[in-house]
Each structure stands twice: as C-alpha cells, then as structure tokens.
Design a protein around this ligand. Structure first.
Ligand SMILES: [Zn+2]
Length: 317
C-alpha cells in the first residue's frame, strides 16, 4: 500500500518537473497552500454548528479525503480536512489523473459542473483577468467562465437542496479555494501595456527582486507567498489567530463582484505601485513596498476567511 502511494507521489513529481521544464505550470496559483489553509482555518471557526456538520460530511466525499486526514489527531481531523480541501484545486494541477485543459477556457466543457467525474483542471477558474492599462493599450474583456462566474455557479448548487451531495461536495471544495483566490489582488487583474500588449497574466510576466540575492521571481508569486510558505496546517492555524479582525461592515459584503473589484483596486494601488514599473522588469522591491503589500495581503486573507464562512452559513442553512 505504502509502496503504491510512494510510486504515485514519485510519478506526480516526474510529471510536475516535466511541466516546469516545458513552462506549462502555472501561471496562476493564487495564495499558496499556506494562504489558503489560513483562510480555511478562519472560515471553519466561524461556521454554525449545523453548517459545520454538513460541510464535514460533504468533504468526506472528496477523493483525497483520506490523504487529508492521514495521521491527524481525531479531534483535529474535520478542521484540517476543511483547510486542506481549500488547496485541492491547486493539488489537481500536479495530479497525473487530471488533464491540463489550458490556462484559458476553450469549448463547452470549460463551464461544465459535473462533480468529481470531471478530470479537467479548469485552471481558468482560478482568476478573472479584469483588464488594466496605464498607457492606453486596447483592453479585451475577461474570458468566461472565470473565478467570479464560478463562485456564482457553485454557490447556487450549495443552496440547492435538490442537488446531489456528490456535486455539492465538488462545488464546496472549489468554493473554499476560489473565495480565497479572488481576494488575491493579482487574481482579479491583468495589465496591458505597449510592451506587453497581450497582458502580463496577473503579474506572472513581471519580474521582481526582493533582496540582492533573490532576483527574477514573478511579481504574482511574491504576492502568493506574502504570508509565508509553510506547508504545516498548525502554522496556518496559528497565523489565522494573529490576523487583525475585519470590520463587520466589510465582512458582511456577500457580492463576489465587489470582492473582485476590491482586489482589482488593491492591485492597481499596491501590487503595481512604485517601484514596480510599466513592463516586465525586473524591479527592486523596497521595504516600503513589501510592508504595504504584507498589510494588504493580511487584510484580504482575513476578509476571505470570514466571508467564506458567511457564504457557507447562508447557502447551507
Ligand atoms: Zn487558485
């Protein structure tokens, strides 16, 4: 049994390294696992007891459930499963059983909602490319489906008590992830310029230096990693407790279009702020930029967590 598991992991590693080599990996992850698990920890603590019980049952239907809870103490299993479920749409990107159907929606299957029989990665569900330009470059409309349209779709399934529990499980897991993604400023924007007329893929085509020795990484990645890069769920639980509480008025906003617009504005004001310049860089990020970015990321992650809880409490009530 262990041997097979090791073999599967090994195969995943080979495929992943190959994809990195040929430049097919993404582009678009959004908060890393640590960020998504932190959002999950906040949200889980704010679920009503009734909704928490329903959510626990739905997550057990996910094919990765046993992996999420392997070795976890009984009293922590449900919360840890919820936190790890929030990373599942990223996990399938390095899973050999899933098909990479590209970074842009293509054909009628792109928007289908069929549950765990769907082996497409749907990478284009992770973001919405709201166009932005500071130099008058022509701006195309965002592709559909995208993160915003999918949140609407998945929320409707959760509200629909006539939908199968299997489908609601799949849609729940995607929602846990996407509510986080759309709160990452660079998941709601793509910048077009004379030098990058096809867009910068949410800062994936902009390079930055964070120290003298750490140079040439993606601006997008810098934002994904702002809260840290630990893979340890306990570190994410601890992080969740240290974030400043969010204003109730902001926490109560349930319209995903507003979440996306907030991220779009935050990207223009903080992610593309000086010293980030108008094209591909690399740009040296100074301490002022980094401190402001960290503050924005903490606020966005705290908001995502509480809003996710509100969404689930409303939809599954
Ligand atoms: Zn994502």
């Amino acid at each position: 049994m262990l041997g097979i598991r090791r073999l599967v992991r090994y195969m995943k590693c080979i495929v992943c390294s190959f994809l990195v080599m040929i430049g097919l990996t993404t582009e678009v992850s959004a908060w890393n696992d640590f960020g998504h698990m932190t959002i999950g920890a906040i949200a889980y603590d704010h679920l009503t007891p009734k909704v928490r019980t329903h959510v626990d049952a739905l997550l057990r239907l996910n094919p990765s459930y046993q992996e999420w809870v392997a070795g976890i103490a009984e009293q922590d299993k449900r919360k840890v499963a919820f936190m790890k479920a929030a990373t599942w749409p990223d996990m399938i990107k390095i899973d050999v059983r899933y098909i990479n159907d590209g970074n842009l929606p293509n054909g009628p299957d792109a928007g289908r909602n069929i549950g765990y029989d769907d082996k497409l990665m749907h990478r284009y569900w992770h973001f919405i490319d709201n166009p932005y330009s500071s130099d008058g470059t022509a701006l195309p409309a965002p592709d559909i489906p995208n993160a915003q349209t999918q949140i609407v779709t998945f929320r409707e399934t959760l509200r629909d008590s006539g939908a199968s529990e299997e489908l609601r499980s799949y849609d729940l897991v995607w929602l846990l992830h996407l509510v986080g993604d759309v709160h990452q400023p660079l998941h709601a924007i793509t910048r077009f310029s004379q030098k990058q007329p096809n867009g910068d893929k949410g800062g994936n085509d902009v390079r930055v230096c964070t120290t003298a020795t750490d140079c040439g990484g993606k601006l997008h990645r810098f934002w994904d990693d702002l809260l840290g890069t630990s893979e340890d769920y306990r570190a994410a639980m601890a992080q969740a407790k240290t974030l400043a509480p969010v204003e109730p008025k902001l926490a109560a906003i349930s319209d995903e279009a507003i979440w996306v617009q907030e991220s779009f504005r935050a990207a223009k004001q903080a992610a593309y702020a000086t010293p980030v310049g108008p094209d591909e860089g690399p740009y040296n990020l100074n301490e002022t930029y980094k401190a402001a970015a960290r503050e924005v990321a903490e606020r966005r992650i705290a908001l995502a967590g509480i809003r996710l809880a509100h969404l689930l409490n409303e939809a599954l009530n």
